[in-house]
Design a protein around this ligand. Structure first.
Ligand code: TRP
Length: 468
């Protein structure tokens, strides 16, 4: 391909993309995509689901899902976005037109818009926890505390709906401000400074974790598979989390891919983003589990795990209040750049479909999401016994918060990803794919086979196993 705008995807569409502005470089796309991918999923969710699912075997399945399901689908999503050159729904529409396929395919991106909305509603509540902990760490409340009092601080927060609402509101407002102004201004710069900083801080905590005397135990917990601890639902959780952590299955990689210049390799950038995401998750695991074991805590403690372990570490290490404050500030930023990418597809859709302007669509989408978030807040305290779909065995005992998490990560995202894999693997012309991917024939064939045969079958099997 000779230059950035001469692909066979059609000159008109490329001009549209040019008018919307492209990422300034390959690095900029990597940064934005990494900003979306690296978030609470890596630092909050990965350790706690690993703890709940017994460690090593779960981690192994998760890594397999990243490599054999997540990566091929990420490439497929970026490809759709770059070829379509619009918001996810309209990129799908453009491609179906161009390839003579049924317009109904665009609803694949529609599922994504819904998933993003549902995820952000509870994601923002957890982002609020991180905001709350900035204050807790900065005022020295963690210094020298025992595991019990750290636990009490956390239960105190969960039991206080007003405080949770306040921080949830602050988080949603942060997300809405950036989305209303247009995602690309500022995002590149923010991510390029904050991601490396978060990385360094994680390394510091891992360094501290090595001094606890339980590092070896944590390493074997994370990397020595014990398959007797792996359940079929654990496999579903690992698969769902591969989608969640890579921000797949809802079209955000399509949205960001639409700004990717034509001369940049989709495969290499996708590998880079997946690798960075995985490294951050594994580092979080290495930071947290030594602390869990050193303090006799429960690895399966659930969603509160990092808020009950990391504060202990910050309470004990030198300059812990400073590092703790910094850590939670960076966690907020990681969550922020992800939160932005959860709202963006819905806002783009409202703009393009309903003809609303950016401010109005951001306000509408953001406020609706904020309202739904209140249900998750209440399910942590006043409604902790309410299980709306509890009459179905698979949803037994799941609160609203648990349900939203389960429905999105374990059902909507894999379903979206499955449809993307089928669409790109079976419906797009091979010529279109070769044009977009322009990689060596051997690698292309490997990707194509995995996407056509392995990915959809794997997702379908895991699904059927768990639903039946
Ligand atoms: N990947 C983010 C995380 O790990 C969450 C996220 C952002 C996401 N955008 C997404 C998940 C789109 C699914 C789809 O925290």
């Amino acid at each position: 391909m000779s230059n950035a705008y001469s692909s066979a995807a059609g000159g008109a569409m490329d001009k549209a993309a040019a008018a919307r502005g492209l990422w300034s470089s390959r690095l900029a796309f990597i940064l934005a995509a990494t900003g979306s991918a690296v978030g609470l999923g890596n630092i909050w969710k990965f350790p706690y689901i690993t703890g709940e699912n017994g460690g090593g075997a779960f981690v192994l399945v998760y890594l397999l899902c990243i490599a054999a399901v997540g990566l091929p689908i990420m490439m497929a999503e970026v490809l759709i976005g770059r070829r379509g050159g619009h918001s996810p729904v309209n990129s799908m529409r453009a491609i179906t037109n161009q390839e003579g396929l049924k317009p109904a395919w665009r609803w694949v991106a529609g599922i994504g818009v819904l998933a993003g909305f549902l995820i952000l509603s509870f994601y923002s509540v957890i982002g609020g926890w991180a905001i709350s902990y900035v204050g807790t760490a900065a005022t020295g409340q963690l210094a020298g505390q025992s595991a019990e009092s750290i636990g009490a601080i956390f239960s105190g927060l969960l039991g206080d709906p007003i405080k949770l609402l306040l921080w949830h509101t602050v988080f949603m407002a942060l997300v809405m401000i950036v989305v209303a102004r247009g995602v690309r201004s500022g995002l590149e710069r923010a991510v390029s400074i904050l991601m490396p900083a978060l990385f360094v801080l994680l390394l510091i905590v891992v360094g501290y974790a090595m001094t606890t005397g339980h590092f070896g135990q944590a390493v074997s917990f994370l990397f020595q598979p014990d398959f007797s601890k792996l359940t079929t639902s654990g496999v579903l959780v690992a698969l769902g989390h591969a989608f969640f952590t890579l921000s797949l299955g809802m079209g955000i990689m399509m949205a960001y891919g639409s700004y990717l210049p034509k001369n940049i390799s989709i495969a290499k950038t996708s590998v880079a983003v997946s690798l960075m995401d995985t490294v951050v998750a594994l580092l979080a695991g290495l930071a947290i589990f030594p602390i869990v074991f050193a303090n006799g805590l429960e690895p399966g403690a659930g969603p509160g795990l990092i808020f009950q372990t990391l504060p202990l570490a910050f309470g004990q290490m030198p300059m812990g209040s400073l590092f703790g404050t910094l850590f939670f500030v960076l966690l907020i930023f990681a969550a922020w750049t992800s939160g932005i990418s959860l709202l963006e597809p819905l806002v783009e859709w409202l703009e393009e479909q309903k003809g609303m302007n950016r401010t109005l669509s951001t306000l509408g989408a953001g406020i609706a999401c904020w309202l739904l978030g209140i249900a998750s807040i209440l399910s942590l305290n006043l409604w902790s016994d309410v299980a709306p779909l509890g009459m179905f065995a698979m949803f037994e005992g799941k609160t609203i918060f648990d349900l939203l998490d389960f429905l999105t990560a374990n059902i909507l995202l894999p379903l979206g990803g499955l449809l993307v894999a089928v669409f790109v693997g079976w419906f797009l012309s091979r010529k279109a794919l070769e044009e977009e991917l322009s990689m060596s024939p051997a690698v292309f064939t490997a990707w194509y086979r995995v996407l056509r045969y392995f990915t959809p079958v794997a997702v379908a099997i895991v699904f059927i196993y768990n639903l039946v």
